[in-house]
Design a protein around this ligand. Sequence first.
Ligand code: 4NP
Length: 157
Amino acid sequence: MDQTRILFVCLGNICRSPAAEGIMKYLVEKEGREDEFFIDSAGIGGWHIGQLPDSRMRRHGKLHGYNFNSRARQFQRDDFDRFDIIIGMDHENLSDIRWKARCQDDILKIHSITEYLRHHPGHHSVPDPYYGDDGCFELVIELLEDACQGLLDALTK
Ligand code: 4NP
């Protein structure tokens, strides 16, 4: 069976996109559908390459039953060849990804995470929590749980 290949992208690949990757993997595994999906994350910047997610993101993930353990890597142009759906967390990410697109087919793969929100009207991004407090990290998880379930359901129809 052809896998659906999903890439989550944020700025540093140590907070939001690894959390999205971890939550999406959790939801897919809960339904026993690991074989149907390949799920990964990447950052626009290369500052944190090779690092585990930020300790605050990991701690808040654990509080909700997740284990965020991916290693940071930088988004690359050939990710457009390797993935079917490329999902940015905020307008800046989306604009940076679009700049790297080579053709219309690449552009068509780019989506905002907020397209998949169902219970958070009025949210137009998953805000960067890096300089924020505990509440910012909790909001990241709350928004991503909503959006990842919405994404999984959208891909199931
Ligand atoms: P993320 O958060 O994009 O959700 O991984 C950030 C992590 C690191 C930095 C910025 C945002 N940074 O500037 O190092």
